[in-house]
Design a protein around this ligand. Structure first.
Ligand code: ADP
Ligand code: ADP
Length: 222
C-alpha cells in the first residue's frame, strides 16, 4: 500500500526531520508510528498525503510514485487517504453533518449520495443522532469520532491518524482504537502516530519507531 525508500526530509532552515527512512505497509495492515516529540512522526504522515514533499528518496502509494506529483494530481491521492488529527480540526460553526459532508462536497458528489454516505459514516461511529448538533455540543470523545467519520466518508484505502487519542482519557482512547480496528478489519490500511504508552501496551501491532528522524522497527511484544 505504502513504501518509503530512503526518504529524507529537511525543512527550510536546514532542520533534518527524517533521515533515510525505509518501510512498507501491506494493504489492510495496521501499525503504530511511535517516537518522542519532534522525532518526525507528523512529518512522515504529511509526506504520505503530500502536505510536505521529501527532500530525497521515493514514496510509493498504491502502486504510484507520489514523490513528484504535480498540484493537479494531489486531490486524486488525497481521495484515497483519510486523515485524523489530535485536535480533530472540525469547523465549529458548521453542523456535525456538514463537517462530515465536507470531503464529499469538495468532490461535487450529489446531495442524495452525500446524505446516504454521511448517514452511514455517522452511524459507524455511533453519532447518527447528533447530525444536527454543532461541535461544541459534543464531548471531546464524540468530536474525535466526528473527525473519524469525516476521514472515512470517502471510503479511503488508508487512514492516517496523528495522536488521535492525545486529548482523551484511557476509556475513550480505547473506544477510538476500537473504531480504527473495525475499519482495519474491513481492509483499510491504518497508520497511527501515538506516544500513548497505555494504548500501545494493550495492542500488539507492528511498531515503527522514529528516533531523531531515523526509523527502526520494534518487534512484536518488545
Ligand atoms: P513529531 O510529530 O514526532 O513531534 P515533527 O514531524 O512534527 O515531529 O517534527 C520533526 C522535526 O522537524 C522537529 O525538529 C520539528 O521542529 C521540525 N519541523 C516540523 N515541521 C517543521 C516546519 N514546518 N518547518 C521547520 N521545521 C519543522
Ligand atoms: P455504499 O457502498 O452504498 O456507499 P456503505 O455502507 O458500503 O455504502 O458505506 C457507507 C459509508 O461507510 C461510507 O461512506 C464510509 O463512510 C463507510 N465505509 C464503508 N466501507 C468502508 C471502508 N472500506 N473503509 C472506510 N469506510 C468505509
Amino acid at each position: 500500500m505504502i513504501r518509503f525508500q530512503q526518504v529524507s526530509k529537511a525543512y527550510r532552515g536546514g532542520r533534518q526531520a527524517l533521515q533515510k527512512v525505509d518501510f512498507h505497509l501491506q494493504p489492510a495492515e495496521m501499525a503504530f508510528l511511535t517516537g518522542h516529540s519532534g522525532a518526525g512522526k507528523s512529518t512522515l504522515l504529511k509526506l504520505i498525503c503530500a502536505i510536505e514533499r521529501p527532500s530525497d528518496g521515493k514514496i510509493m502509494f498504491n502502486g504510484h510514485d507520489i514523490t513528484r506529483l504535480d498540484n493537479k494530481q494531489i486531490p486524486f491521492l488525497r481521495r484515497n487517504i483519510g486523515i485524523i488529527f489530535q485536535d480533530h480540526k472540525l469547523l465549529m460553526d458548521r453542523s456535525i453533518y456538514d463537517n462530515v459532508a465536507m470531503p464529499l462536497r469538495v468532490e461535487e458528489v450529489s446531495e442524495n449520495d452525500i446524505k446516504r454516505r454521511v448517514s452511514a459514516a455517522l452511524d459507524k461511529v455511533g453519532l447518527l443522532d447528533k447530525a444536527r448538533c454543532l461541535p461544541v455540543q459534543l464531548s471531546g470523545g464524540e468530536q474525535q469520532r466526528v473527525g473519524i467519520a469525516r476521514a472515512i466518508v470517502n471510503k479511503p484505502l488508508m487512514l492516517l491518524a496523528d495522536e488521535p487519542t492525545g486529548n482523551l482519557d484511557a476509556a475513550l482512547s480505547q473506544q477510538i482504537m476500537n473504531l480504527f480496528e473495525e475499519f482495519n478489519r474491513v481492509g483499510v490500511t491504518v497508520l497511527m502516530a501515538t506516544h500513548d504508552t497505555s494504548l500501545l501496551s494493550t495492542r500488539n501491532y507492528r511498531r515503527l519507531d522514529l528516533y531523531q528522524g531515523q526509523l527502526r522497527e520494534i518487534p512484536y511484544g518488545a
